[in-house]
Design a protein around this ligand. Structure first.
Ligand code: BES
Ligand code: ZN
Length: 641
């Protein structure tokens, strides 16, 4: 393997100067792997302002990690060996690093190479410049900082089993530079491999092919080896370590979790194999081999994260009735939109999330029928209206799809606009050209850009070339530039059919007018219907009315995380004290940012009533949150203090 890579790397040096059409410079290894080269886009729009890398001069093509996970020191440490392709005359490669402690850098033969850190930026970290001295492979000896934002080190008490510690990583958007010294830009795709040594009773899993599923005994613990031969954006390198078991769900699907969670996880995720087949039926072959998932401890800051071959999941999706599996449809859809065709920079995050949200509802429709899908589209449409209002209205810059993130943490610029306005744009195109033509286009789009970065500009050009194809009336009707570059919702936006929630909307309207609480209907409603109902209740409610509905529907005792969240937000917004114990339990039991941050915000918005509750709960909860979540909550509590 090593020799083969060396050969590939030197063969490639001859190609480094080649530039093919469309400003795409093809400089990836041609022979060692059977995937087409991973070009880096060099257009102005594709420039990634969140990375220090200068890929036109030198780019990383392959990362080989050899790391020990030290749970006592809360550090990973060892080496990252990087294959680098340098343009003729380039003398150095620039990597991204944040908080990394680098002891030395050598070439493949062990000869020391000079390296230097540039000034640290609070968001981006520091450029790490390594002088190549002709090397095509460099070895970075380093360890991560104890507070590395990509990593969360959990004590045994923070796990379901309570006996073993746990570690997981979260790379998106720009966090992997806190534990991997590489070019941390989504437009610079890299193949990778890893050896991870962990304490003996623990299992390591990664977003790659597992070469040693049960590990190998080595001095100091067990070692697990992994390989990802398809070039991926480096934010997709992910690791989890804990007391983990695996359960197969189908021939190419399965789930990992702590032992005590495995039965519930396998029940909830039983349809996954069918989802993969449904997705393939829509937009072409699943190209990653296996599709496994891992259910993480409750501090996982997201609902799901689409790490290739191994989606990371919150346990709050284990509703017990499979009612939240659209999350799986979403993360699976990223295997096409996001992982196969990837936003070149975070300013086009909507290309990942908008396409995925659209694709997600198509999978749901195939598997569960049009009514379920329409209901979810309707919920998303409501979220979109809320997101536009939250951004400051239809004229606000934050409601554009293509974002200007200059000076911003990409993580902070990401909201429901990318998801729901993005999906609405694609549904609008679908309505204009018909599903048959649109699906044929999308399928060909995924084939054309497989394993490549994409920008809004490139997508629009591709759409015009392959779908609009000179039809000027269609071009006018689609308003493509308006969708992507202007704020708000274009006039041609197709809203979801009104009838998706007819029964619920009627019951809600009657209740709002002073009619009865629909307690009997509620018992039969699905999670989506319950959400629709709770969200239809006017935001200002008298305490007596909240108490009546809480008692009639058992809202404070609801176990479904989405419904509980919707209720708690309403309750906090009205200073409804009886819900505070449930709120406190919820904030202490899980750390999903989508739930946690808005609830703290709602408390802070309630000033003298809410802020003391927020401060009191956060004092106990903060240590259990992932840095992604605690950074957001820190910012919320810091305002107007
Ligand atoms: N890729 C995202 C998670 C993400 C977004 C991580 C931005 C870091 C920065 C993932 O696919 C996602 O969108 N998750 C959603 C669930 C989805 C059903 C909307 C979540 O976590 O809530
Ligand atoms: Zn997503």
């Amino acid at each position: 393997m090593r020799t083969k890579l060396l050969v590939a790397a030197s063969a490639v040096a001859l190609l480094a100067g080649c530039t093919s059409a469309g400003n795409v410079s093809s400089v990836a290894p041609p022979s060692a792997r059977d995937i087409a080269p991973a070009p880096v886009l060099l257009t102005a729009e594709a420039r990634d302002i969140h990375s220090y890398a200068r890929p036109a001069e030198a780019r990383v093509t392959h990362v080989a990690l050899d790391l020990v996970a030290d749970f006592t020191a809360q550090r990973v440490g060892g080496t990252a060996t990087l294959d680098v392709q340098a343009a003729p005359g380039a003398s150095a490669v620039v990597l991204d690093a944040k908080g990394l402690d680098v002891s030395r850098v050598t070439d493949a033969g062990g000869r020391t190479l000079p390296f230097a850190f540039g000034a640290a930026d609070p968001i981006l970290g520091s450029p790490l410049t390594v002088t190549l001295n002709g090397a095509e492979r460099i070895v970075v000896h380093y360890r991560s900082a104890p507070g590395a934002a990509a990593l969360q080190w959990l004590t045994p008490e923070q796990t379901a089993g309570g006996r073993q510690p746990f570690l997981f990583s979260q790379g998106q958007a720009i966090l992997n530079r806190t534990w991997i010294p590489t070019q941390d830009s989504p437009g610079i795709r890299q193949t990778w491999e890893a050896r991870i040594t962990v304490p003996a009773p623990l299992t390591a899993v990664m977003s790659a092919e597992a070469l040693t599923p049960t590990g190998e005994a080595v001095p100091g613990g067990r070692r697990f080896r992994f390989r990802m031969d398809q070039p991926v954006a480096p934010y997709l390198i992910a690791l989890a370590v804990g007391d983990l078991r695996f359960r197969a769900l189908g021939p190419r699907t399965g789930v990992w979790s702590e032992p005590s969670v495995l039965d519930r996880a396998a029940y909830e995720l039983a349809d996954t194999e069918k989802m993969v087949a449904a997705a393939e039926g829509l937009y072409g072959p699943y190209r990653w081999g296996r599709y496994d998932m891992i259910v993480l401890p409750p501090s996982f800051p997201f609902g799901g994260m689409e790490n290739p071959r191994l989606t990371f999941l919150t346990p709050t999706m284990l509703a017990g009735d499979r009612s939240l599996v659209s999350l799986i449809a979403h993360e699976l859809a990223h295997s096409w939109s996001g992982n196969l065709v990837t936003n070149a920079a975070w300013s086009d995050f909507w290309l990942n999330e908008g396409f995925t949200t659209y694709f997600q509802s198509r999978i749901m429709e195939r598997l569960y029928g049009p009514k379920i899908a329409q209901q979810q589209i309707a919920l998303g449409w409501d979220d979109l209206q809320t997101a536009i209002a939250d951004e400051g209205g239809a004229g606000a810059a934050g409601t554009r799809l293509h974002l200007d993130l200059a000076g911003k943490d990409p993580d902070a610029g990401m909201n429901d606009i990318a998801y729901e306005k993005g999906a609405a744009m694609l549904r609008t195109i679908e309505a204009a050209v018909g599903r048959l033509r649109w699906d044929a286009y999308l399928r060909s789009y995924f084939d054309r850009y497989a394993f490549q970065p994409i920008t809004a500009e490139a997508f629009l050009a591709d759409l015009r070339r392959n779908l609009v194809a000179g039809d000027t009336a269609l071009e006018r009707r689609l308003m493509l530039d308006r969708w992507v570059y202007q704020p708000g919702l274009p006039a041609n936006a197709v809203s979801p059919p009104a009838g998706a929630f007819a029964n619920v909307d009627a019951a809600a309207a009657s209740y709002v007018r002073g009619g009865a609480i629909p307690a009997a209907a509620w018992r039969d409603w699905t999670t989506a219907e319950r959400l629709r109902f709770v969200n239809a209740i006017p935001r200002t409610q008298a305490a007596a009315r909240l108490q009546a509905i809480d008692e009639a529907l058992g809202l404070s005792a609801v176990t479904n995380s989405e419904v509980l969240f919707a209720w708690l937000r309403l309750a906090v917004g009205n200073r409804y004290a009886a819900a505070v114990p449930a709120l406190e339990r919820f904030l202490l039991a899980q750390g999903r940012r989508k739930f946690v941050a808005p609830l703290y915000q709602a408390l802070v918005d309630q000033g003298a009533w809410g802020r003391p509750i927020a401060t009191r709960v956060y004092a106990r909860a903060r240590a259990g949150y992932h840095p992604v979540t605690s950074n957001s909550v820190d910012a919320i509590l810091a305002t107007g203090a």
